[in-house]
Design a protein around this ligand. Structure first.
Ligand code: ADP
Length: 186
């Protein structure tokens, strides 16, 4: 029997921070490939909230249940990164028509530069159609609840980076409550 080639896909993005919308795309696309590489873009032109290494660690921690997912950072052209990783597919998520024009342009550009690499689009799960990293950061910066938007394990880290005062207050409220619980049990 002929050996089947290993199918590798890359899901690139800023993931600053990763949201439940991103995680849904990772879970679904990991079923399409033997290996899915989540590529965290290091973009010198943007000033991210989290360093690339921090974003990589956050994504690793919330995708550890998916065996065939690898997470790493990359800079420069996506097609060069894809070639280096022997990936033939790029995965992108589509939320609304507003994403479409830019995504189509990028996919065509990448295909012109590298005809061996195809872009695959997954439509967002309707629950996350409105969700973006920027909206999460905005809500968090005003001290709003972001539990429904990002994996819960990452909430304290994102809150303390976006809104240190509110995160501190919540922390000390929790400390007080724990102290109260301890006294009640004595
Ligand atoms: P970029 O800066 O490359 O757009 P993002 O981190 O914002 O990076 O997004 C990475 C990819 O994930 C993009 O394809 C984007 O369309 C997709 N994406 C972002 N948010 C969602 C969501 N809520 N549902 C599905 N796909 C999403």
């Amino acid at each position: 029997m002929e050996d089947r080639k290993i199918r590798i896909g890359i899901y690139p993005g800023s993931f600053d921070p990763i949201t439940l919308g991103h995680l849904d795309i990772i879970e679904r696309s990991s079923r399409l490939f033997d290996i899915l590489i989540v590529g965290v873009l290091v973009n010198a032109a943007k000033k991210p909230l989290f360093l690339a290494e921090e974003r990589v660690k956050m994504i690793q921690s919330v995708t550890s249940h998916i065996d065939n997912v690898r997470v790493c950072s990359f800079g420069g052209l996506l097609v060069d990164f894809a070639k280096q990783e022997h990936a033939e597919f790029i995965v992108r998520g589509l939320r609304a028509v507003t994403d479409f024009e830019y995504e189509l342009q990028m996919a065509q550009m990448n295909r012109t530069m590298c005809p061996g690499i195809d872009t695959i689009f997954l439509t967002t799960d309707l629950r996350y159609a409105y969700l973006s990293s920027s909206v999460v950061k905005e809500v968090a910066s005003y001290g709003g609840n972001i539990d429904r938007f990002i994996p819960v394990s990452l909430v304290p880290e994102v809150m303390s980076r976006c809104n240190p005062i509110s995160a501190d207050k919540k922390g000390s409220q929790e400390d007080k409550k724990n102290e109260q619980d301890r006294t009640d049990h004595q």
